[in-house]
Write a protein that binds this ligand. Structure first.
Ligand SMILES: N[C@@H](CCC(=O)N[C@@H](CS)C(=O)NCC(=O)O)C(=O)O
Length: 207
């Protein structure tokens, strides 16, 4: 019996990717909402779990794992004996890491940042975030032309890491209309057994 707790926020794409992999792996977890609006994530109790004061954080028994992509790596290595979600093969593992970096880099500063402006009123340069978003979407559109998944022939944590902020890009005024291969890829992820969506927001047109 697992004893897994995910500290998260319902509108956080970083949190959603952890929740999504838990669900895809069929793992039971207790979801604990962290009240970002009141600053709960900057209080001592939460900082003891993650010094950076950010969601998500995963607890699995005595193990405490902060950072969404770190959580994906942990869950894949700990619970996916088939090594499908994080392949052993050095080249495939490197490709997965490349797209985890994309999620933490261009996707975070592009579609995620643009959505932060609309959904949370973040004081970020919205036009710059929209431009970064279309740049990474163009790259992904050509990468996904002729491919079903970001890496190899099966879904991996690379797909999980990039899903939420791209699916919800329209909430940041980033249209997906010009990216049919990206939209088809989002649809494939949403069709996986165990898929759970992230909550859409009032400004959203999310897929
Ligand atoms: N690198 C971190 C980023 C997490 C992150 O940006 N979390 C946001 C919510 S989506 C957060 O907690 N923001 C509050 C803050 O930074 O003060 C991860 O991948 O988990």
């Amino acid at each position: 019996m697992n004893n897994i707790t995910l500290y998260r926020h319902a509108l956080s794409g970083h949190s959603h990717r952890a929740q999504l992999l838990l669900s895809l792996l069929g793992l039971d977890a207790t979801l604990v909402d962290v009240d970002l609006a009141s600053g709960e994530h900057k209080q001592a109790a939460f900082l003891a779990k993650n010094r950076f004061g950010q969601v998500p954080v995963l607890e699995d028994g005595a193990a405490v794992i902060a950072d969404s992509n770190a959580i994906l790596v942990y869950l894949a290595l700990q619970y996916d004996a088939s090594r499908t979600w994080l392949p052993d093969d050095p080249l495939a593992a490197a490709e997965v890491q490349r797209f985890l970096s994309t999620a933490a880099g261009q996707v975070a500063s592009g579609p995620a940042a643009a959505r932060l402006v609309n959904v949370f009123g973040a004081a970020l340069d919205h036009q710059r975030a929209i431009a970064v978003a279309h740049n990474v979407l163009n790259v992904l559109e050509s990468h996904l032309n002729g491919r079903e998944w970001l890496v190899g022939s099966k879904p991996t944590i690379a797909d999980v890491a990039n899903y939420a902020y791209i699916a919800h890009a329209p909430e940041g005024d980033v249209s997906l209309d010009n990216y049919p291969h990206v939209r088809a890829w989002l649809g494939r992820i949403a069709s996986l057994p165990g898929f759970v969506p992230m909550q859409a927001t009032a400004v959203g047109l999310a897929a």
